[in-house]
Design a binder for this molecule. Structure first.
Ligand code: UD1
Length: 418
């Protein structure tokens, strides 16, 4: 077990490079199962979600090698179509493998996935979509068992624009017979990135980034080398930390367009933001003013993965804010922890009502999930006094070298074993 010890109050100054997007890289690992050639993903983040996904691929018989910052997957020796319970439970993205594994073996067995405990997170849309492609599905003892003679393209209408379901269906349809059209598809930048990778591998897909994705199935896919997009959630977390602590930071290898909903809110807060090619510079020297309301929405709306961090920021703004979580029902678990640091928040259903206080005070708090944990670190950095953030394994799932990067900006944060 490890924890962070943070001595808050330092302003943040300096420059950090944004990692490749976790949510791009994870489905890309699943995509590598669709070919016998090597797939090389460049500059992958050093995070446990990725290591767990690599473990699952090894279990399937793939050879996965980390070469410096790059990851090489060779699926030519893949010979197993079962994802066991202990691995699937650690990582929700294991469900993305369903589409690839069924495409490769025409059969797949996967335990119900795990991941962050932030709500029900059903997989019904993934399964309904796969059925439309000709897959027969049974559920048995907590396992989903899929079988098909072959995958056949079809029109699929998603009830809601699920990111994971859209990606899973793109993976399943890439080598299906005929054309697949996914309607009401999610429009997240990571979906466009997956389309770019699959097209580099020889797939014929278009439309990702819009609500309709058209996939003409191809007979086979080949290997490629690919650089994923920057992680908009990591970038957003650093920007929010700087808005809370004050100072001036520069993000390198960032994509402002992909977080324009956040930049809009930060400007409302009174932060100055300058954009320069792939750099985002945030400057703030005053107590921020409240943003009134933030509502999480599918892309291009405000991302649910930055909800906890922006709430932490609102806590020390001048004025009141309402934050509404529309995607996941239990994503306010960090609120009692922020209260220990002096936050004034009332949660009613999907809304957090925040009355800004002058500052946070250091306290011992527990991370319950990835993004909530990151929000507690931001609060600790901005707080007066010493904080401890426990259970940081949640944070390690999605932020590579988090404390190193924060220290390089002047944050006083160390990792300690307990
Ligand atoms: C992905 C991201 C996650 C982000 C989320 C929303 C990855 C690895 N994870 O998760 O970081 O928070 O998008 O942007 O990319 N739903 C159903 N049935 C389904 C699938 C989803 O009802 O079969 C619902 C969910 O309960 C939720 C909503 O759809 O309310 C959105 O979920 P979804 O977009 O699928 O999120 P994930 O792909 O799990």
């Amino acid at each position: 077990m490890e924890k962070y010890i943070i001595n808050g109050g330092n302003k943040l100054y300096g420059s950090v490079e944004v990692q490749s997007a976790k949510n791009s890289v994870l489905p890309m690992l699943a995509a590598s199962v669709l070919t016998d050639d090597k797939v090389k993903i460049l500059k992958v983040p050093n995070i446990t979600d990725l290591k767990n996904m690599a473990k699952i691929l090894s279990k399937l018989g793939c050879k996965v090698v980390f070469e410096g910052e790059n990851l090489i997957i060779d699926s030519s020796s893949a010979d197993c179509f079962e994802i066991p319970r202990e691995l699937a439970h650690e990582l929700r993205s294991s469900v993305f493998l369903l589409g690839s594994v069924i495409s490769r073996f025409h059969t797949a067995k996967i335990a119900y996935p795990g991941g962050c405990d932030i709500g029900l997170r059903p997989v019904d849309l993934h399964l309904a979509g796969l059925k439309r492609l000709g897959v027969e599905i049974e559920e048995e003892n907590g396992y989903i068992i899929c079988k098909c003679e072959k995958l056949i393209g079809n029109e699929i209408m998603l009830d809601c624009p699920s990111v994971g379901a859209t990606e899973n269906l793109m993976l399943a349809a890439a080598k299906a017979e005929g054309t697949t059209v996914i309607k009401n598809a999610a429009r997240e930048p990571e979906i466009e990135d997956l389309q770019r990778l699959l097209n580099c591998m020889g797939a014929k897909m278009r439309g990702a980034g819009t609500g309709t994705i058209i996939i003409e199935g191809v007979k086979s896919l080949h290997g490629c080398e690919f650089l994923p997009i920057p992680d908009r959630i990591e970038a957003g977390t650093f920007l929010i930390a700087a808005a809370m602590c004050g100072g001036e930071i520069e993000l390198k290898h960032a994509c402002a367009e992909n977080i324009s909903s956040l930049l809009h809110k930060l400007r409302e807060n009174g932060c100055k933001i300058h954009l320069n090619n792939d750099k985002i510079i945030l400057e703030n020297h005053r107590r921020p003013t409240s943003v009134k309301s933030v509502e999480t929405q599918p892309y291009p709306g405000f991302p649910t993965d930055l909800q906890a961090q922006i709430t932490a920021l609102c806590c020390i703004c001048h004025g009141q804010s309402i934050i509404t979580e529309n995607l996941f029902e239990t994503r306010f678990k960090y609120v009692p922890e922020l209260r220990k640091m002096g936050a004034d928040i009332t949660v009613i259903d999907r809304n957090a009502f925040v009355r800004g206080v002058e500052k946070f005070y250091g306290a011992t708090v527990v991370a319950h999930d990835l993004r909530g944990g990151a929000a507690l670190v931001c609060a600790g950095l901005a707080a007066e006094g010493r904080s401890e953030v426990l259970d940081i394994s949640h944070i390690d799932r999605g932020y590579g070298s988090f404390e190193y990067k924060l220290r390089s900006l002047g944050g006083d944060i160390v990792r300690v074993s307990i």
